[in-house]
Design a protein around this ligand. Sequence first.
Ligand code: HEM
Length: 435
Amino acid sequence: MRNPLETVPQAAYEDDFVRIGDASSRGVWITSPTLVKAVLLDERDKFRKLTQIRLLGPLLRKGILTSEGADWKWQRQASAPMFRPAGLANFVPTFVRAAEDTLARWRASPHGSVQAVDDDMSRATFDVISTTLLPSSDEAFALAFQRSVQALQRFGGWDILFAALSLPYWVPRPGGVAKLRAMRTLRSAVTALVRERRGEQEAGSEAPDDLLHRLIAAHDPETGRAMDVEQLVDNLLTFYLAGHETTAKALTWTLYLLARSPEWTAMLEDEIERVTGGASVAGEHIEGLVLVQQVLKESMRLYPPVPIMSRQAVADAVIEGHEIRAGTSVLMPIYVIHRHARRWEHPDEFDPARFASEREAQIPRYQYMPFGAGPRICIGMSFAMMEATAILATLLRDARFATAEGRREPTPVAAVTLMPKGGMPLRVESRRNRR
Ligand code: HEM
């Protein structure tokens, strides 16, 4: 119950469509690219995001992630430009600074100490999102935010399971009250910050080019409509929640895989040295860090930060000959899709060369989808890739990783994001000390 991934039957790794329970059940696992495409694209009007809306709606209300139809469309159109790759290079110094702060903390410990790398990556991506999204955030805000995310993470597994079993939302579950309290505190803190910043922008003060500024200035290209304070808060919280732990987990699992792969570590170190010429990572280097990006992609194949996506059928549907009745939960276990026995060669093996450009082009679109797919694909995909590339390259310039002795392979646990059970302790050596 604490790990929905363990409830995925072995058959889902081999077949395309597996019912949960008997023929009358209201839940199915789908793992083939054509079925996933039917749900996320071709027949999308019949499948809605009710689970996510239930799970996250109390906090994120009507933001982009948790709204549908016209409500979703105009917000998506209005905020898409702020995440376009061309406008993101300005943020690279912020990404690099967060990684350098992490390195400085590691260097303050004795050489080769074991570090809680999962916590360190959460802190780094938290620093990034705070600086880019709500730059004026104070410590009380940071604390309220972190508590609320922890409450969500701790009880997330239950929510996914409840949704999978189609239990009504009012069935009592652990953590409900604590979670609601944390969410209320967080909303009021963000509202105060937004009002202050919007007031300044309206008064004509010069605003820095951060994501908050871009969101306040965003408008629907069709109608010219801009977001009111409620909608700004909904979306800021959405970007915070969607963009912080996901990227942290992508980096955490990547460092773990590199700790087990001296060959790829050496190849990345060489590439980073060659591309940056030994200088700090900068915006113009990102494109050239090809192997770094290959490793990140392979890491998100084996350990997708969002391990399970779901939709709920709102009308009867037949996809690829399978009958799905209205009310059925359709679960798309990205973790399983990425390790499907019939579709991947050596599915459990770490092999970043799969993502060398000519080989990557052969992978069907709906077979590899760490950022989802279809019209609701992650809006922060380019931001996350650029952030993870800059942070990883900066870390590898100075640090080398090894698995902590006596530690077994970490079990991935599906909460809202894919967490390593028991955290991710890794031995960190500074390369500087060795030069
Ligand atoms: C490695 C990092 C990330 C991963 C793996 C990831 C993954 C995903 C996935 C799988 C979805 C689709 C959910 C669904 O259709 O049910 C999604 C949607 C979304 N993501 Fe991300 N995400 C990441 C980073 C970010 C960042 C950095 C931001 C923003 C700053 C962000 C904002 C969003 C938003 C707003 C949506 C909803 C889009 C919509 O419904 O139109 N994500 N993400």
